[in-house]
Design a protein around this ligand. Structure first.
Ligand code: DSN
Length: 424
């Protein structure tokens, strides 16, 4: 069938087709990426993209909200139920905006916030130097323990007592272990700080009950809606009742204009999917796959930050392999294995050419790959590392990777249609 896009803009149509081919013909190991279901994709590409809905259900600044009000209410209710939260704001455009909205809901510009250092596994918006969050707020950064690669709560507490931040941020983007959100909550309480928890990476593991939820221990929980949660690219805030009004005002009109209703609609669909036993099984398999990948890489003599993983990602310290992260990531990409180069804690090399590689299992798990395939992937990675300058080996690995991809096609419908979705 010839589509409207193909007819009107063959150039862009062709590029989308190429990207589809790339995504299905590569082993995608970037831990923040995934494949959404056809249902999510359909909602995301729907007529909701045509609608402006500034405001909130029942109190908008534009008319014609008969349907959008219903959709946003469904999304709010699904989010509250899924995360067991008092209040949900489903409008943030992304995790970065959601984080800024959370800070602005709680404290004033110039106040001190304290988050995990980017080079140790935090996020730009946790107060990293080049992020505006470090201009709008005084920023204190906590590292991980350089020996263990793990969070050091004694040090975090000492820093909190010294700097008395108004907000302490828990959560990470390149930390392979479960985070104890309860301790973060206790430290924040002890110094009179708010606790904002950013679970963008592990939200899917949290809703599946694999990692402990920060919702009881945080004033505001921020998340993206893609990554392990497997929705469209968006953001969300969950909070206690007492912060609900401030959070809503902070998102709109504080930071954003009209919500992206097509994304919000697709987020609603993704949350229905996440509230199923199939999703729980999927999330468990993500972690099993990450552990199997870690074990096999350790057998090949790779050094893993913290020695392994509790979640969906691994951080490889490549120094003993004498291959820089960027060079390896590029060679792997040619071998149809897509990763990202990353700093390791206390990295002696600069972030633009760091000593680490970050890999994760959400996307390959969606394709149905399990432990045997994951071990095969570890072997392919090792072959590339050992033959980093030999393009013929890299070509052979690419062929094997493509074969593996063809055995695990991107599924059309990986969640059984949920007849009860409207009641969720
Ligand atoms: N950029 C995301 C990641 O890849 O982890 C975090 O926002």
């Amino acid at each position: 069938m010839v589509t409207a896009l193909e007819l009107y803009d063959p150039q862009i149509y062709e590029l989308i087709r190429q990207e589809e081919t790339r995504q299905s013909g590569a082993i995608r190991l970037i831990p923040s990426e995934n494949y959404v279901s056809k249902a999510v994709m359909q909602a995301s590409g729907s007529c909701l993209t045509n609608k402006y809905s500034e405001g909130y259900p029942g109190r908008r600044y534009y008319e014609g909200q008969q349907v959008t009000d219903l959709i946003e209410r469904i999304a709010q209710e699904r989010a509250k139920k899924l995360f067991k939260a008092d209040h949900a704001n489903v409008q943030p455009y992304s995790g970065s905006v959601a984080n800024l909205a959370a800070y602005a809901a709680l404290v004033n510009p110039g106040d001190t916030i304290m988050g995990m250092s980017l080079v140790d596994g935090g996020h730009l918006t946790h107060g990293w130097t080049v992020s505006h969050t470090s201009r709008f707020y005084k920023s204190v950064l906590y590292p991980v323990n350089p020996q263990t690669g793990r969070l050091d709560f004694d040090q975090i507490e000492a820093l909190a007592k010294k700097h008395r931040p108004k907000i302490i941020i828990s959560g990470a983007t390149a930390y392979p272990r479960e985070i104890d959100f309860e301790i973060f909550g206790q430290i924040a309480k002890a110094v009179g700080a708010y606790h904002v928890s950013d679970i963008a990476h592990v939200a899917g593991l949290v809703v599946a009950g694999i990692h402990k939820s920060p919702v009881p221990y945080a004033d505001i929980v921020s998340t993206t809606t893609h990554k392990t949660l497997r929705g469209p690219r968006g953001g969300m805030l969950l909070c206690k009742k007492e912060h609900a009004e401030n959070v809503d005002r902070s998102v709109f009109p504080g930071l954003q204009g009209g919500p992206h209703m097509h994304t919000l609609t697709a987020v609603a669909v993704a949350m229905a999917e996440a509230n199923t036993p199939e999703f729980v099984a999927y999330a468990k398999q993500i972690v099993k796959n990450a552990r199997a990948l870690a074990e096999k890489l350790l057998e090949y003599g790779f050094n893993l930050v913290t020695g392994g993983t509790d979640n969906h990602l691994l951080l490889i310290d490549l120094r003993n392999k004498n291959v820089p992260g960027k060079k390896l990531a590029k060679a792997l990409d040619r071998a149809r294995i897509v990763t990202n180069y990353n700093t390791i804690p206390s990295d002696p090399a600069p972030p633009a050419n760091p000593s680490g590689l970050r890999i994760g299992t959400p996307a390959i798990t969606t394709r149905g790959m399990k432990e045997p395939e994951v071990r095969q992937i570890a072997t392919l990675i090792n072959r590339v590392v050992e033959n980093i300058d030999d393009e013929s080996v890299i070509e052979d690995v690419a062929k094997e990777a493509l074969l593996l991809c063809s055995q695990f096609p991107v599924p059309d419908h990986f969640i059984v249609p949920n007849k009860n979705a409207s009641k969720l």
